[in-house]
Design a protein around this ligand. Structure first.
Ligand code: ZN
Length: 57
């Protein structure tokens, strides 16, 4: 199984341990799951924003 790495500097996903920008990458979960994470955290943030606007938080 191949690992997917993510560059902490330019946030690019790569199969290499060193990014093309010469920064060491960190082990990342598959892109699919990361995208889902992004969406759910965005939704969470949006919700919090909603509550904040209504003065419920
Ligand atoms: Zn990079």
């Amino acid at each position: 199984m191949r690992h997917i790495y993510k560059c902490v500097k330019c946030s690019k996903y790569t199969m290499k341990e060193i990014c093309s920008c010469n920064t060491k990458t960190i082990l990342a979960r598959p892109i699919k799951f990361s995208l889902e994470d992004k969406f759910s955290s965005y939704r969470r943030k949006a919700k919090i924003g909603d509550y904040g606007k209504r003065g419920l938080l």
